[in-house]
Design a protein around this ligand. Structure first.
Ligand SMILES: Cc1ncc(COP(=O)(O)O)c(C=O)c1O
Length: 404
């Protein structure tokens, strides 16, 4: 595994003045993805599914081929339960609206982890409110992990839906899905997993995982923005009402009534993001061609180095920074606003993210207004992490000198 070799495939990383450590927000894209999208627009561009001409047939083949690739990427048992969405946010809105509308009633509960992204929290909160149901958070324990005893106690209330974040975007910490999904199933709950931060860091197998639904975004896995996937168990998705209405998703339409298409088209109203689907599939192909375990081991070594470097700086607080974190670490420097740390790092050419990370309830639980987050991808190097740690040390020394 050579990150130097890998990063040569990323045009955006060729500038010498950038150390990009904001990968949990979005990853850079390899040339394979950029080329696949340019190739689509250059050679295959037409609308899909409805054209009478050969170009449209080519576009349809490219788009449906992308679905096949993404089904393979997550080991989905059927290609037509792979729904293209705009991203994880739209996938969660779709589920909260269609599934939530169908299964939630007055007095029901939906469980969600405290480190969930607003993209999971808000759609389910709104769906619960519409149904007269309640959204219940699974709290953190004193060590900064999700509290398993509290989870089990909440499961005793027999929630209708359990929404779990595979890897917390604000922290990099993992939800123990292998243990927790069967517990939810055992009480008859439907399970929804937000895999947005997982797909870029590890191979995903939805059959082995055993959740009912799984959502992720193209741009967190080296693919384009504006495209994502919702996978769901076929019988479950087929039983849900449509989420949006319009072209593609219908079977027959009259002014009196409409009937709806089969999966996956039933959930794909309007012209889809065709080139983006092609780009996302190219990203999936690119990832599947890599040694994923070697990439994960490399990322984990980068995080270990960052954790050790930050821990050695007096006044740094790390949040849920465990050895098995994936992709990210969150921290603050005592007495400094997180945004000031971000500005200091930016002046050193280092891009990190500072703020609430779309996780305001988590920030409230941690009793902070925000944090800094350093997040890595496979193309980051030990030297980049070294430069990040050195910049933090310099900031601390500068502040100490200033205080004297
Ligand atoms: C864990 C998690 N869930 C959901 C989202 C929302 O993804 P998108 O903005 O691609 O819809 C993000 C984006 O940061 C995320 O990290």
């Amino acid at each position: 595994m050579s990150p130097e070799h890998l990063r040569r495939q990323f045009p955006a990383l060729q500038r010498p003045d950038l150390i990009y450590l904001d990968n949990a927000a979005t990853t850079q894209k390899p040339k394979a993805v950029l080329d696949a999208m340019a190739q689509f627009y250059t050679s295959d561009n037409a609308n899909v599914h409805r054209g009478a001409h050969r170009l449209s047939a080519r576009a349809t083949r490219a788009f449906e081929g992308a679905r096949d690739t993404l089904a393979r990427f997550i080991n989905a048992p059927q290609r037509d339960s792979v729904i293209f969405t705009r991203g994880t946010t739209e996938a969660m809105n779709l589920l909260a609206s269609s599934l939530g509308g169908q299964v939630l009633g007055p007095g029901d509960t939906v469980l969600i982890d405290t480190w969930a992204h607003h993209a999971s929290i808000v759609p389910w909160q709104q769906a619960a409110a519409r149904a007269g149901a309640r959204l219940c958070p699974i709290p953190l324990d004193a060590s900064g992990r999700l509290d398993e005893a509290a989870y089990q106690a909440l499961l005793a209330q027999r929630p209708k839906v359990v929404v779990l974040t595979e890897i917390a975007n604000a922290l990099g910490a993992r939800t123990p899905l292998a243990r927790w999904l069967p517990l939810a199933k055992a009480v008859g709950a439907l399970t929804v997993v937000d895999g947005a931060q997982a797909v870029g860091h590890q191979a995903v197998d939805v059959q082995a995982l055993g959740a009912d639904c799984y959502a992720f975004s193209g741009h967190k896995m080296y693919g384009p923005t504006g495209i994502g996937v919702l996978w769901g168990r076929h019988e479950l998705l087929a039983s849900l009402p449509p989420y949006q209405f319009g072209g593609e998703m219908i079977d027959q339409v009259s002014f009196e009534q409409s009937s709806f298409n089969r999966l996956p088209f039933r959930f794909e109203a309007g012209t889809p993001a065709i080139a983006e689907a092609v780009g996302m599939a190219a990203a999936a192909d690119w990832l599947m061609a890599q040694d994923r375990q070697a990439l994960a081991a490399h990322e984990s070594a980068l995080l270990a180095r960052a954790r050790a470097g930050l821990s050695a700086i007096d006044g740094v607080t790390l949040y849920s920074a465990f050895e098995d974190n994936a992709g990210a670490l969150a921290f603050n420097l005592t007495g400094e606003h997180h945004q000031d740390v971000g500005i200091w790092l930016d002046q050193a050419g280092i891009a990190v993210r500072c703020g609430h990370h779309c996780c305001q309830p988590l920030m409230a639980a941690l009793q902070v207004r925000g944090t800094c987050r350093v997040s890595v991808a496979a193309y980051n190097t030990e030297a980049e992490i070294g430069a990040f740690v050195a910049a933090m040390q310099e900031m601390k020394e500068f502040l100490d000198d200033d205080a004297q």
